[in-house]
Design a protein around this ligand. Structure first.
Ligand code: GLU
Length: 524
């Protein structure tokens, strides 16, 4: 019988979840699903100085938002738990000790001062940095004396001094490293009894019966050391598959210089998880079936390691935006209402913590842009009390608007500005904003005068007939259709960004629309 596939995502909670991490999580998840295996979530929280509880929360939130569920680990537990490394420190100590007993690792009593001295000499002589293996040769008597004297120590791995380490990466093929190029005898257990990443990672992958390690390519330089550690323990190592790099458009590793990278930023910007999942699943993986759109479930059936590309993937923000538009248009009106409401009211995802160094402009969301706030009872309320709208009215107006804005949204955040005209009386825009470039003030006045009659006829016309009517007005006035619509749009909605005009007028109501046109006309 084939061994059950067991894969893991093992983030260190020292930062917000970003695209690279999510891609690793997703590929592991998809591989487990496609193989009927298990996907394990392990928290590698050995770095206590950079640890923050909020990053653990962010991990769970992000996974839940994306719909990536795991079988064991994290908050769920399982047969091989605990799955949080800080709860397993005793185990790592035990295993480090075992390696010492086997003669595969040794106590090192060198203090910080000595290490600093070596480092200095190495820099001065332009030698590669690293431990000089001083304690590798201590006699049992010397070790005992040091231990009896209570000298602090670390445990270091005995990396072979000669020969090479070879492993086969599933994607990249055979990789061979000279052992002299592996870091000289890295620390496994620190003097405070805490494990290093390498020790905890190997012990856990073995104990948790991980069959495939799929992780970012930046871990390749650590892999020869890991292979050596498996050998030292006398364990078989899992299969390694280092995932293709994710670069920005300039060919450099994707970073915040290129734009958003943390998932919180994408969420706060109004991306749908379906779009992110679909796009990220194609970063370094291609199915060659001419299909663009995949659900998480479909991907879970299709995913194969054979679909991975060796070449780095380029993160294309425009392509992701395209996916977002596609998925927005695929939502029902009710779903779109649910997704956009946090942005309209400036709550939920709209308030997520984003990278403080985030170079992106802040999206225009919340009551200031939409005219709608979130009431204490969780129902939307109109900020302008003179509008006399109940929560039910607000919801009804928004629901009517959903099919209209659906066609125009690139991001969920765009909704706030688009709904604004329904919930507040817009100030009459300055004339310069109302008069289209191609026509003059007198003609614009004529447009607005005709607009009153035009608007009054709309309720009795279907969409096509109202389009035809608008065209006939434009023709009569000897102007382009766009130049007929623009002043009306500005008068009725107070903005250039509005949902389709005729539909918007019908939702606002003829009476109110005419009133706004009259108010604007008074300025001419
Ligand atoms: N904790 C490591 C990280 O943060 C895991 C690397 C691995 O998958 O081995 O990326």
């Amino acid at each position: 019988m084939e061994k059950e596939v067991r894969v893991r995502y093992a983030p260190s909670p020292t930062g917000l979840q970003h695209i690279g991490g999510v891609r690793t999580a997703l590929f592991n998840y998809l591989y487990a699903r496609s193989q009927g295996g298990k996907f394990i979530l392990r928290l590698e929280d050995t770095d206590r100085t950079r640890y923050d509880e909020k990053y653990v929360q962010n991990l769970y939130d992000t996974m839940a938002w994306l719909g990536i569920d795991w079988d064991e680990g994290g908050s769920k537990g399982g047969e091989y738990g605990p799955y949080v490394q800080s709860e397993r420190f005793e185990l790592y100590k035990e295993y480090a000790q075992k390696l010492v007993e086997k003669g595969e690792a040794y106590y090192c009593f060198c203090d910080a001062e000595r290490l600093e001295r070596i480092r200095k000499i190495q820099t001065e002589n332009k030698l590669p940095p690293g431990y000089d293996r001083n304690c590798r040769h201590l006699t049992p008597e010397e070790i005992k004396a040091n231990l009896d004297a209570g000298k602090p120590y670390v445990i270091r791995l005995k990396v072979p001094l000669e020969g090479e380490t070879k492993f086969t990466d599933h994607l990249l093929g055979d990789i061979v490293w000279k052992n002299e190029d592996i870091s000289p005898d890295p620390v496994l257990l620190k003097s405070d009894g805490f494990p290093t990443y390498h020790l905890a990672n190997i012990v856990d992958d073995h104990m948790m019966k991980i069959t495939h390690v799929m992780r970012a390519q930046e871990w390749i330089p650590s892999t020869p050391l890991h292979v050596q550690m498996y050998r030292s323990f006398g364990w078989e190592h899992p299969e390694f598959c280092h995932l293709p790099m994710v670069n920005g458009s300039d060919g450099k590793k994707l970073s915040k210089r290129h734009g958003s990278t943390s998932l919180n930023e994408f969420r706060a910007r109004g991306y749908l998880p379906q779009a992110i999942v679909n796009y990220v699943a194609l970063l370094g993986c291609s199915y060659d079936d001419g299909v663009d759109m995949y659900t998480l479930e479909e991907l879970g059936k299709k995913f194969k390691l054979e679909h991975l590309n060796k070449a780095p993937a380029v993160f294309d923000y425009k392509k992701l935006e395209w996916y977002n538009g596609q998925y927005i248009r695929a939502l029902t009106d009710e779903e779109l209402y649910k997704w956009t409401l946090p942005f309209i009211t400036g709550t939920g995802d709209a308030c997520l913590e984003i990278n403080p160094e985030n170079p992106q402009p802040k999206p225009k969301v919340g009551p200031e842009y939409s005219g709608v706030a979130m009431g204490d009872d969780g129902e939307p309320v109109c900020v302008d009390s003179s509008m006399n709208m109940s929560s039910a009215d607000v919801k009804a107006a928004l629901m009517k608007l959903m099919p209209l804005i659906k066609e125009r949204l690139h991001f969920l955040t765009d909704a706030a500005e688009m709904v604004h005209f329904l919930f507040t009386e817009p100030a009459v825009p300055p004339k310069a904003d109302i008069i289209p470039k191609k026509i003059d003030e007198a003609k614009t006045k004529e447009v607005l005068e005709n607009a009153i009659e035009f608007v009054k006829q709309l309720p009795s016309l279907d969409h096509e007939a109202s389009e035809a009517l608008a065209k006939s007005y434009a023709e009569k006035l000897g102007i382009k259709l766009g130049d007929f619509m623009m002043p009306i749009r500005m008068a009725v909605t107070g903005s250039r960004v509005s949902p389709p005009l005729m539909g918007s007028i019908l939702i606002l109501g003829v009476e109110k629309s005419v009133e706004r046109i009259r108010r604007t006309l008074a300025e001419f």
